[in-house]
Design a binder for this molecule. Structure first.
Ligand code: SF4
Length: 463
């Protein structure tokens, strides 16, 4: 959980490159563009066809890589990974890509998502003698591949893939191949692009823009693609099923300049804002966003409202996620470290604050207070998604049921807790209506609706 912003974290972002002499350099640049998907560790593994090298570290991409260690990652194939891990103690242990030597060669893996049956699979593997070196569900996949009786690495990965359940956008590296795989529901995004003659896959297309790559299409739900000296070959190892793209990627998580699930995030977020205004506009003077994730949503809201869009909150981008909080006094001022009010904009105004979601309610409560302190006459809160009532088992890190403010409170009770003049959430229908529907797209809405598209076997997943 991102405590300062009171937003869930994504577990990871991935990238894979095949066919450039400087694959690791491109992977490094792409990881910068995917930094928002994981800030606790990052890594790159590269292959020149003979040797596989890797560099992993804790912290941001810019903390880990330098000119020299990037140069050491030689080769035309690379995979990269940004990770958010749930526990500090295990974070170093769980850095990715994980690279192993098995009887048929070397294999590296980078995983975005979360398996729903990893605990039972791990237990079964341990009963058969497997020894795990990390606490990630991704390592389970490596063990399944290593144990497969199939002949080729491609068939071994297919064999392992058919045993796992849940959300997985995976990049694999061998000495000679880049292999990518997306779960049958396509929970997490995974885009395919071209950079000259080279191929690139990444969690979001903002990674392509940074290196001048062109977006070709998404890796399809349930598709596996193998890149090697023969070119690109696509397989479909799973039975076809309905997609269940994570709707929260559009609401909050992905960058607005990215294209995910075949659509621009910015466009969808504006539509969320418009639908929010259609459902719950109120007579007010100005509409402001909680920067940065709600900026485009607030623009969409103001387009359908008589309230003018203004910049009333300024975000300080230089406050880290883990600044020292030694006393309660400092803890309660943490939001003020991250956001400041623009007094000249807010004074004597009736203000609508647009945010994308409320998790615990701690941040928005302090922002309502801050906007009042800056002189606002009225403060109305508008949220561009429905109340979050359920945890996510597919790769987004929410707090426990008990900590979710909407779990056992009515909207009016939440409004009272926030100290706002009014509070409205976008309806489930309004949220789904804002999504791209072409091609029969379907979405996971489980954290809002409680309808889980994939059964969760292991409620205590240890990733
Ligand atoms: S439960 Fe929520 S956050 Fe998790 S995949 Fe579904 S929509 Fe996304």
């Amino acid at each position: 959980m991102n405590d300062i912003l009171d937003k869930p974290d994504e577990f990871c972002g991935v990238v894979g490159i095949y066919g450039t002499t400087d694959a690791a350099v491109n992977a490094y640049l792409c990881l910068h563009a995917l930094q928002h998907r994981g800030q606790e560790s990052a890594g790159i593994a590269a292959s020149d066809g003979i040797n596989v090298t890797k560099k992993l570290g804790m912290g941001l991409v810019s903390d880990i890589f330098n000119e020299q260690n990037i140069k050491d990652l030689k080769g035309h194939i690379a995979i990269g990974h940004n990770r958010y891990s749930t526990t500090g103690a295990s974070a170093a242990l769980n850095m990715q890509p994980i690279v192993i030597k098995h009887r048929d060669g070397i294999l590296g893996i980078g995983h975005n998502g979360n398996l729903c049956n990893s605990v039972s699979l791990k237990r079964a593997l341990e009963d058969r003698g497997s020894i795990f070196q990390t606490t990630t569900d991704s390592e389970v996949i490596l063990h399944l591949i290593a144990k497969s009786l199939e002949k080729t690495i491609v068939d071994k990965i297919k064999d392992a893939a058919r045993q796992i359940k849940g959300a997985f956008s995976l990049v694999f590296l061998t000495r000679k191949k880049l292999i990518v795989l997306r779960d049958p529901h396509g929970f997490r995004p995974l885009a395919l692009g071209k950079l000259g003659d080279a191929f690139i896959v990444a969690s979001e297309t903002s990674a392509f823009d940074l290196i001048g790559a062109t977006y070709l299409r998404d890796v399809e739900c349930g598709e596996m693609i193998v890149f090697d000296e023969k070119g690109m070959k696509s397989y479909h190892p799973f039975e076809k099923t309905d997609p269940a793209h994570c709707i929260f990627e559009f609401v909050y998580f992905s960058r607005p300049d990215s294209q995910i699930f075949g659509e621009y995030v910015d466009k969808t977020r504006r539509k969320l804002g418009k639908n929010l205004a259609l459902e719950s506009d109120i007579d007010a003077d100005i509409v402001i966003s909680v920067p940065d994730s709600s900026n485009t949503t607030a623009l969409g809201y103001s387009a359908r409202s008589s309230a003018k869009y203004e910049i009333g909150l300024i975000r300080n981008h230089y406050v880290g996620r883990t600044f020292i909080k030694p006393t309660q006094a400092i803890r309660t001022s943490s939001v003020r470290l991250k956001f400041n009010t623009v007094g000249g904009v807010l004074k004597d105004r009736r203000v609508v604050i647009v945010d994308d979601s409320i998790v615990r309610g701690t941040t928005i409560k302090q922002l309502v207070q801050a906007v009042r302190l800056a002189g606002a006459k009225e403060v109305h809160v508008r949220i561009s998604s429905p109340p979050i009532k359920n945890p996510c088992f597919y790769g987004m890190n929410f707090p426990t049921h008990e900590e979710l403010i909407a779990n056992n409170r009515t909207v009016q009770e939440i409004c009272d807790y926030l100290g706002a003049d009014s509070l409205k959430y976008l309806s489930l229908k309004g949220m789904i209506d804002a999504m791209p529907q072409e091609g029969g797209q379907k979405y996971c809405t489980a954290c809002f609706s409680g309808k889980y598209p994939v059964e969760v076997d292991d409620l205590q997943s240890d990733s």
